[in-house]
Design a binder for this molecule. Structure first.
Ligand code: B12
Ligand code: SF4
Ligand code: SF4
Length: 312
């Protein structure tokens, strides 16, 4: 099979499995990204996410992940649905990526496992390896290099037609395939995300301080949330800097039923959710992203967000 035929076959396999975008980039050691990442960590912008300080060499060097990698395939899987959060600001909000019935890591890993099997069947010399989110790969960097989208000022990867409500993943492959080109940054003079981020976490264009980010505080922080950081009703994750982005108003949605919000969470009050026992919490959120905050984080987030609403 020639390079182009192989690339087309791979794109078809990935698209048949539900991925909207499949783009290819050249594996390289990430030099400027490494120094940006190191400075970001030195400035403690990673807050308590200590794991980001580990394996830096591996995260910026795809050859340490797969020594004979020749192409990196970036994939985007849409997760937004036409369902909107209630406009009642007295109700707690869970971010769109997490309110569904199953954790995206599980959904995507099972798709990628099958895709890699199918790709390896195309020729006996092909070897692949896949990652989504929790591996030693910088998902956004490879997505930008392959032209999936540009790095937005809100630090999410944005595609001009699809917006930014998609998960990113990669397949590393030992075959040289035609690389795609990065695309233009279309943020231009817009600064809506910086203006609307309620906590100042986007402290400059393309720069995020996790300490101030509601998403970090409600998902990753295992300790106390600073008193003066208002959660604005969000109890798990935060979508504000994507909701205000003009590229997310095109009505492009997933057809994956598992990403649609769970009925038992729709229009529930703070008190309804505070009534969950640890057992209820574990049963309700088993196999979903919300489980990550654990019961103590769940109750902490709910109590804090409720008290802030009561003060307003
Ligand atoms: C850590 C992490 C977080 C942290 C930090 C977020 C962040 N902006 O980095 C927290 C917990 C806050 C977070 C929140 C969210 N996350 Co998150 N997160 C990650 C994770 C695991 C690593 C990202 C990372 O390395 N950050 C470190 C910083 C330094 O990197 P960076 O901002 O990307 O910058 C790099 C380059 O762009 C470049 N760069 C950027 N600016 C500049 C400037 C210069 C001058 C140079 C030279 C280079 C450079 O260098 C940097 C690398 O060194 C990735 C998964 C992965 N494995 O990559 C998911 C990931 C980024 N998250 C994702 C999502 C969906 C979210 C949320 C939307 C979830 C939610 N609704 O609450 C929010 C969005 C918040 C936001 N505005 O970014 C998706 C994004 C998909 C997309 N379309 O872009 C990812 C890719 C997960 C996935 N596999 O789909 N996340
Ligand atoms: S996720 Fe929320 S808090 Fe974090 S940068 Fe975006 S708007 Fe700000
Ligand atoms: S809101 Fe505007 S500045 Fe922010 S990411 Fe979207 S287009 Fe870029």
């Amino acid at each position: 099979m020639t390079g182009n035929n192989l690339k087309n076959s791979i794109v078809r396999i990935c698209k048949d499995s539900g991925f909207s975008l499949v783009k290819f980039s050249k594996p390289e050691i990430l030099k400027s990204e490494k120094s940006y990442l190191e400075n970001w960590i030195k400035d403690k912008k990673n807050a308590t996410m200590k794991w980001m300080e580990n394996n830096i060499e591996k995260r910026v060097n795809p050859f340490l992940v797969m020594n004979d990698v020749k192409s990196i395939i970036s994939l985007a899987l849409l997760y937004d649905t036409p369902v909107l959060h209630s406009d009642d600001s007295n109700l707690p909000r869970i971010s769109r990526y997490a309110w569904g019935k199953r954790d995206y890591h599980k959904i995507i890993k099972s798709k990628l496992k099958q895709i890699c099997k199918d790709i390896e069947l195309l020729s006996p010399e092909i070897k692949t390896k896949f990652y989504v989110d929790d591996g030693p790969m910088m998902d956004k960097v490879w997505a930008v290099r392959s032209g999936i989208g540009w790095m937005g000022k809100n630090t999410n990867v944005i595609n001009p037609d699809l917006g930014s409500y998609f998960f990113l993943s990669e397949i590393l492959i030992n075959m040289e395939l035609e690389y795609d080109e990065p695309i233009e940054d279309m943020c231009k003079n817009c600064r809506l995300c910086l203006v609307e981020c309620p906590t100042g976490a986007l402290y400059d264009e393309y720069k995020l301080d996790a300490n101030l980010c509601i998403s970090y505080q409600t998902i990753e922080n295992r300790g106390e949330i600073p008193d003066d950081l208002n959660l604005n009703g969000w109890i798990f994750g935060c979508d504000i800097c994507q909701e205000v982005c003009p590229y997310n108003s095109k009505g492009v949605f997933t057809d994956e039923n598992l990403f649609f919000p769970r009925e038992e969470l729709t229009n529930k009050s703070f008190d309804d959710l505070l009534n969950y026992t640890e057992k209820d919490f574990n049963e309700t959120f088993s196999g979903t992203p919300v489980k990550r905050t654990k019961y103590t984080g769940w109750i902490r987030n709910l109590k804090k967000a409720k008290s802030e609403i009561n003060k307003n």
